[in-house]
Design a protein around this ligand. Structure first.
Ligand SMILES: [Zn+2]
Length: 140
């Protein structure tokens, strides 16, 4: 399964060159050409899936195994202070390339990059119960 217009499918097919950190039968991990930080890496399934809900669970296990191994490799060898694992679904969440991908973003304490300090407000018991009901009781 691939998509002719998909840049990630072209990377998998080696039509577009990339700096591959790791590859197995189901996944590939390569350096982002527009890194947020040194070592910013993209992990993707070799088959074209658009979003999280499209991916068979066995393939998701493979992807997360690659994310774990490559994260360990980056963290150990680049000696950063930490890293973010980022995965966006749909345009509203910032997804730009419609091929499921997970980003590994190495971080330093004082790198001045994004911080996940998003304003939040505490929900009431009633709001939480209503949200639970909507999510759990909906038929789809
Ligand atoms: Zn694709």
């Amino acid at each position: 399964m691939s998509n002719d217009d998909c840049i990630f499918c072209k990377i998998i097919e080696k039509e577009i060159p990339s700096k591959i950190l790791y590859e197995n039968n189901e996944t590939i991990a390569f350096l982002d050409n527009f890194p947020i930080s040194q070592g910013h890496t993209i992990v993707i399934p070799k088959k074209h899936y658009t979003n999280l809900e499209d991916i068979p669970i066995n393939i998701l296990y493979e992807i997360m195994g690659t994310v774990k191994n490559v994260s360990n490799l980056i963290y150990k060898n680049l000696k950063n202070d930490g890293y973010n694992i980022l995965q966006n679904n749909y345009k509203a969440a910032g997804q730009i390339i419609n091929h499921f991908h997970i980003q590994i973003i190495p971080r330093s304490i004082a790198d001045g990059k994004f911080k996940l300090l998003i304003p939040r407000e505490q929900s009431t018991e009633e709001e939480l119960n209503q949200t639970l009901k909507i999510i759990k009781d909906s038929k789809y």
